[in-house]
Design a protein around this ligand. Structure first.
Ligand SMILES: NC(=O)c1ccc[n+]([C@@H]2O[C@H](COP(=O)([O-])OP(=O)(O)OC[C@H]3O[C@@H](n4cnc5c(N)ncnc54)[C@H](O)[C@@H]3O)[C@@H](O)[C@H]2O)c1
Ligand SMILES: [Zn+2]
Ligand SMILES: [Zn+2]
Length: 377
């Protein structure tokens, strides 16, 4: 089959690899019809992770079941499913508690497994024609029967819509509150969308790319351009000097200033500075335990200079980590089905899988108008 294979920093190629096969009785095989490129793929694409060459990328996958293992009971050939980016077993202590992003059995290296991801197990991704899904009955989310309908919306339930929603859950967003979101990439835009769906009184979304800020504004947020003034000042001005009730970090360890120089602590410290005393922070942007490609020794060790004194002084609390997609995806699917959510507003490009190399290049450069790319194998 054809697949997007990682070869090294900024070197991915669409090439032929062996078809995946059923390897365990609970596996299913999915013929991918829609798969998207994520900001998380870009950390790997840029060589800022330890991903080994030869791995197939892609963790935001949707398609049709074409084969089931002998112990699969729920799914049938022909079912249309959205596959969460994390792989859970369903029976470990963390899966039982709904923390499927930290499954204790699927990754020999530690808690948490995912498709096509560095450090999260040996699994190939779905930027390909076919994908093997372990524990298919547990992991796959069934979609409404009508084929192709809202495919660009449902594919966002594999990761970014769920992750943006997770940011608002970690931050504890409630109706009538004010929310600041750092990052207007797909995840930040989904956190913005989710906070608005939850009834936030005001959502302020920070970035410096006008196209992404425009999308935030179009769905009802106040765009905050950090090229114009420090974002903390802008948020304090909009909240009577108090700060937002809740804050979401949707940028991660490659946060940079508007000139492109990386400072992994900027968004965290801006978040602390622009959320009110006793407010809550939800941090879903990716941070890593080691970053050999970082600019300085502190960041290379996965550490940062955090305004912890300010955080403590303000009595703020914080939640972090990868999204437990299964905790939300069926509800997000139903919001989409009933036209209460339309996450596909982030999609700027729909391309055949063969054009993945070009697509990665443009999306990685955060070129104007390249907000989210969806690939169809
Ligand atoms: N927790 C999870 O489960 C999970 C899931 C998916 C993605 N992620 C992570 O979320 C992050 C965002 O993903 P994405 O797909 O939106 O990526 P993206 O790279 O497309 O978007 C990031 C955005 O942040 C902006 N940005 C950079 N520095 C900034 C700063 N100092 N202040 C404000 N904005 C700044 C960029 O301009 C960009 O628009 C990534 O780190 C990704 O790995 C986490
Ligand atoms: Zn993703
Ligand atoms: Zn598990």
């Amino acid at each position: 089959m054809k697949a997007v294979v990682y070869h090294g920093p900024r070197d991915i190629r669409v090439e032929r690899v062996p078809d995946p096969m059923i390897e365990a009785p609970a596996d299913v095989l999915v013929k991918i019809t829609t798969t998207s490129i994520c900001g998380s793929d870009l950390h790997m694409y840029e060589g800022r992770t330890g991903l080994e060459p030869g791995r197939v990328l892609g963790h935001e996958n949707l398609g049709e079941i074409v084969e089931t293992g002998t112990s699969v009971e729920r799914l049938r050939v022909g079912d249309r499913v959205c596959v969460p980016f994390n792989i859970g077993c369903g029976y470990c202590g963390n899966c039982e508690r709904g923390r499927t992003a930290f499954c204790l059995t699927m990754n020999p290296l530690g808690a948490g497994a995912a498709f096509g991801f560095d450090g999260l197990g040996p699994y190939n991704g779905g930027q390909a024609e076919y994908l093997r899904v372990p524990h298919g009955d547990f992991n796959c989310l069934e979609l409404p029967r009508e084929r192709a309908l809202k495919e660009n919306d449902y594919v966002m339930c594999a990761d970014v819509f769920a992750t943006g929603y997770h940011a608002t859950e970690l931050a504890g967003v409630r109706p009538g509150e004010t929310v600041v979101v750092y990052g207007a990439g797909p995840v930040g835009l989904m956190a913005t969308h989710s906070a608005i769906i939850k009834g936030a009184e005001r959502v302020m979304t920070v970035d410096r790319h006008s196209d992404r800020l425009r999308l935030a504004e179009e769905i009802g947020a106040i765009p905050i351009d950090d090229r114009k003034a420090p974002p903390t000042e802008q948020v304090l001005d909009l909240t009577d000097g108090e700060g937002a009730d809740r804050g979401c970090e949707c940028v991660g360890y490659q946060a940079h200033d508007p000139d492109g120089v990386e400072h992994p602590n900027t968004t965290m410290n801006n978040l602390i500075g622009s959320v009110r005393a006793t407010g809550t922070l939800g941090v879903v942007g990716m941070f890593v335990p080691r970053d050999p490609g970082a600019l300085d020794e502190i960041a290379k060790r996965g550490e940062m200079l955090l305004d912890f004194g300010a955080l403590w002084w303000k009595g703020q609390s914080m939640g972090t980590g990868r999204c437990n997609v299964k905790a939300y995806n069926r509800y997000l699917r139903d919001l989409i089905a009933n036209d209460r959510a339309r996450p596909s507003f982030v999609v700027s490009h729909e391309l055949p899988l063969e054009e993945a190399e070009e697509a990665y290049r443009h999306f990685d450069a955060r070129e104007n108008g390249w907000t989210k790319v969806v690939l169809h194998p």
